[in-house]
Design a protein around this ligand. Sequence first.
Ligand code: FE2
Length: 230
Amino acid sequence: MIFRQLFERESSTYTYLLADAVTHQALLIDPVKSELPAYQQLLRELGLTLERVLETHIHADHITAAGSLREATGCKTMLGQPTVSTCVSETFREGDRIAVGDLALQALYTPGHTNDSYCFLLEDGGRHLLFSGDTLLIRGTGRTDFQNGDAAAQYRSLQRLLALPEDTVVYPGHDYKGWTSSTIAEEKAHNPRLQVADEAAYVRQMANLKLPNPKWMDVAVPANRACGEE
Ligand code: FE2
């Protein structure tokens, strides 16, 4: 497998490039529009054909490169159901297998941060990799106060992720401190948001965060509904 973790500085977003090392078919998870030239360069230099662009959810803090990549490469763009996207090529739902060459990602519906939030689980030679979007962050969790966020639903989604094998490697959608990956065991033990007794305590914790809205929210959400093309 070819694997790259790419970083966009302004919104501290991680984008993941995964490709079948034999067939050179590739997919990108959560690409950012401003990084389009870098993705195109990397795909070209590694000799990869981009087949799919997957989003973990509709983002509020950056504009997706999905539409531009589709235009440039003919790839399919994908979001999970339910979605308000008006232009996505295909949707997926809980349990779906999304394949590119020999790679197969399993879609896990993990609502809470938004009601369209998914994680992707990849098994690679006995290893488990979890692309956790903004559901599970390193020592944090995604906020639940807009885009149909729901702290109780997120608590239940997180319980599901915490039941994965402990050595599952967690690759989040963002990190604001430069941490690149974690594991389920590590997050269970050290993620402060997860050290709560029950769902009600988690909901109280999330209600007390009182975070300012993301800088780009009013621009990014409508643009991302339109695949980043507005
Ligand atoms: Fe998000």
